[in-house]
Each structure stands twice: as C-alpha cells, then as structure tokens.
Design a protein around this ligand. Structure first.
Ligand SMILES: Cc1cc2nc3c(=O)[nH]c(=O)nc-3n(C[C@H](O)[C@H](O)[C@H](O)COP(=O)(O)OP(=O)(O)OC[C@H]3O[C@@H](n4cnc5c(N)ncnc54)[C@H](O)[C@@H]3O)c2cc1C
Length: 413
C-alpha cells in the first residue's frame, strides 16, 4: 500500500475544493485533492451569483476562468405570466461585483481543475475516498483508485468538498434533516436553435408556472441552454406517470406560455436528470481536524442560485482558517467558521422559504416598483448576505413577511 503525507487533504474537485486548495497552495501549504470522477463531468448548478467572483479572484483562478468566454450574467429575470421583475446587479445596495457568469459546469469545473493542476497541485482523478480514521486532528484517509489500488493519505486537516458524495457526513453520521419542504427537479440541456437575438436570448430567467413551481432557463455562450423544472416532489413526480424524465420535462415546458415556442419542440441533448429531494443539512460544519464545505454540508434550493457561492465561500474561509491554524494560531472554528456560515445560510433560507410562501413573489412583482427595496433585495441575490447595513439582511426573518402582508392588505382594502 502507498502512503502519502500532506498538510491538507481536499475531497472533491468541484468549485469548493478548487478554491480552497488553490488558496492553500498559493500560501505554501502542501495540499492534495482527490476526485472520484474524471473531468469534464456533468453537474448541476450553472447560474452563478456575483459573490463567487471575490472567491475566484482571491484563489487566483479568475484569469483562467476569464479566458473561457463564458456567458456574462449581469442580472436575473423573474417571470409570472405577463409580469416581469428584472434585477440588475449593477444597481444593488451593497458594495461588490456586479456581474458573474452562467456556465456549463462540466467545462467550468474542468477549467478550474486544469488551472490548479497547472499551478502544481496534486489532483488525483478517479480516486475515491472510502474511509477516514482520525487520531486527534490528524487523519488517515483510505483512497481507492480506478484500478483497485488502495492508498493511505496522512493529513493534518481534511476539507470535505465532496458535494452530494457527502463523505464525512456519511462516515461520521453528521447528516441532519433539512428544514425546507421536499422539492425536486428535472433538468437537461438543449441546442438553443430558436434563441432570440441580444439580451432576450441570453438572460437567465425563472419562469413561475405555479406558486411553488418554476422553470429555469440558463443560456450558455456555446449556443446551448439549460432548462430545469423545480417544484414540490409530488408535483415533479406527477409530471410523468411512468417516471420518464424526457416526458416530464417536456410536459413542464408546455406549461410555460413564455418559453413554449422557444423550447417546445427542441430535443434534449441528454436524457433529463432528476434530482429528488435535493435539500441537505448537517449537525455540525466542522470538527477536530476537518471542515465540511459546499454541498457536503448544506444545500438549500436552486431558486436564488446560492449553491456555488456557499461552496466557494465556505471553501475559501476554511482554507484561510487552516492556513492560520497551521501557522500556530488558535482558531475559534465555532465563531469564525460555523457561526459566520450559518448567518449567511439563515438569510438565504428565509428567502427560499418566503419564495415558496409567495411573500417574496409579492414584493418582486409589486407595481409600481420600489427602487430602494429592489436594490436591497438585489444585494442579497448577488450573494452579499453578510452586509448588516442592509435591512433585508439584518431583519431577514420578518421584513419580507411584514412587507408582503402590508402590500396584500393594501391590495384587498
Ligand atoms: C436542482 C439543482 C439546481 C441547482 N442550481 C444551481 C444554480 O443554478 N446555481 C448554483 O450556484 N448552484 C446550484 N445548485 C447547487 C450546486 O449544484 C452545488 O451547490 C455546487 O455544485 C456545490 O459545489 P461543491 O464544490 O460543493 O460540490 P460539487 O460541485 O458537487 O463537487 C463535489 C465533487 O466531489 C466528488 N466526490 C464525491 N464523492 C467523492 C469521494 N468519495 N471521493 C472523492 N471525490 C468525491 C464528486 O465527484 C464531485 O466532483 C443546484 C442544485 C440542484 C440540486
């Protein structure tokens, strides 16, 4: 059996693992990344939000990503029948990036992975973590390679960025039930042959089919577009009696007055993928010698595209804390990691819940628009959910609800 010794072992080479390993490597820490699959590999999560740009810049990955010419995302459009609500990230309350990208994740994640390899990081593809043993904060991780070889990696710290692989939550029994209602999704890509010219063709859109059911449309610069339907698990399952995902997604597109002409007759580029009851939660975000980042910790809902931003936020933060810890500093992981991450997750959890109650939709589509409210909500949608100067962050747990009730009351009285 081969034995390797590193400072930090990162499990998974998605956005979370690439950002953390790149930061650590740039700061002189010996890091190894193990990835179960071979890239490029298909994964969902194609609409980014501006906050991720801070992380890619800090990790030294931005320039490599920029050369890929991904479609620029300047905002997002929400559609409800004939009503439209358009958010423009350059018109938001908090300081920060006012654009990002909308990306086919296979190419995007591969570009990041190739860049960290180019930097000199040991990224091992087709190698799966199968067991982890802790001795205090030190760990021995067992890895199985594609050809069946078993390896041991000794590390001072593990960052678990294994996404839905959820390596440490499974091995250490850290899974917890999600506080969100069970929702599911079916998605695929199409060759966007009917794409309109200009902004209309490239805008990311969320088309509300029913209060709890919506369609995403994410156009890519390669001419393809991602389409997905999201709704309660019961609704998504009922889209096809035979659980045929092609039929189900086609049926969902038929429900969209806005998109039926553009996508109604266009074939899918692969058999649509169903992701059932996708929300995830954990009992704790860290432990002695390890941190959980990205989807291996929490995943809420795709509605505000927060997944990759939380993955890179937690990846970057864990890397910075580990760097300081390995340099002899005492780190309060509860305050600096767990409480920080949980405060951002709490804001987005409120927005997701209030989306499905309909309260946030009341605010989005209210006419005339209130530009001040819109700028503040826009900052949240851009991922700046730690800005306590923004009342839509600070008072998230009741402001949306109260304002929606007031607007509904005005309408009916
Ligand atoms: C329906 C749906 C729609 C979504 N839409 C969006 C969106 O529009 N925007 C957005 O930001 N987010 C979205 N997300 C969330 C997004 O997919 C994730 O938040 C994001 O990919 C998390 O990144 P990550 O780096 O944590 O994990 P991943 O990108 O999943 O990477 C984890 C990696 O770990 C590897 N791995 C797993 N097990 C092991 C193992 N045992 N050993 C070694 N490697 C392993 C995997 O192969 C994988 O490559 C969506 C999610 C769902 C369910």
């Amino acid at each position: 059996m081969t034995m390797e010794f590193v400072d930090v072992l990162v499990i998974g080479a998605g956005p979370s693992g690439c950002v953390s390993s790149s930061y650590l490597h740039n700061n002189g820490i010996k890091v190894k990344v193990v990835e179960k699959t071979r890239f490029p590999r298909l994964v969902v999560g194609e609409s980014l939000i501006p906050r991720v740009m801070d992380h890619f810049a800090e990790a030294g990955l931005l320039e490599a990503l920029d050369t890929m010419n991904f479609e620029k995302k300047l905002g997002a459009r929400f559609i409800r029948g004939k009503e439209i609500c358009l958010f423009d990230f350059s018109n938001k309350f908090s300081e920060g990036w006012d654009w990002t990208w909308q990306v086919p994740r296979a190419d995007f994640d591969n570009a990041m992975a190739q860049e960290i390899i180019r930097k000199g990081i040991d990224l091992e593809f087709e190698s799966e973590v199968t067991a982890v043993k802790f001795e205090g904060s030190d760990s021995i991780t067992t890895i199985k390679t594609k050809d069946g070889q078993i390896k041991e990696v000794h590390a001072k710290f593990i960052i678990d960025s294994s996404g839905y692989g959820r390596v440490l939550p499974r091995l250490l029994d850290l899974d917890a039930p999600s506080k969100l209602d069970p929702h599911s999704s079916i998605f695929a890509h199409v060759k966007d042959v009917n794409r309109p010219e200009g902004e209309e063709g490239t805008l990311i859109s969320f088309d509300i089919l029913e209060k709890e059911v919506w369609l995403w449309v994410i156009p890519f610069s390669n001419g393809n577009t991602s389409i997905g339907v999201v709704g309660s698990t019961a609704f998504v399952n009922a889209l096809s009696e035979t659980n045929n995902t092609t039929e189900a997604l086609k049926n969902a597109i038929q429900l969209s007055d806005f998109y039926i002409n553009r996508f109604g007759d266009v074939p899918f580029l692969f058999e649509p993928i169903k992701l059932e009851n996708y929300s995830r939660a954990v009992k704790q975000l860290y432990g002695d010698g390890f941190a959980l980042t990205g989807n291996s910790s929490e995943f809420l809902d795709p509605v505000f595209s927060s997944g990759v931003a939380f993955a890179t936020e937690s990846g970057m933060l864990s890397a910075k804390l580990i760097h300081r810890q390995l340099n002899g500093e005492q780190i309060d992981w509860e305050v600096e990691f767990s409480q920080y991450m949980k405060s951002g997750i709490a804001v987005f959890t409120t927005y997701v819940k209030e989306w499905y109650t309909g309260n946030l939709q009341t605010l989005f589509f209210h006419q005339p628009e209130n530009p001040d409210v819109k700028q503040k909500i826009c900052a949240v949608l851009a991922g700046y959910v730690w800005d306590q100067d923004n009342p839509f962050v600070k008072k998230h747990d009741n402001l949306i609800k109260n304002m929606a009730h007031l607007l509904n009351f005005e309408k009916t009285s």
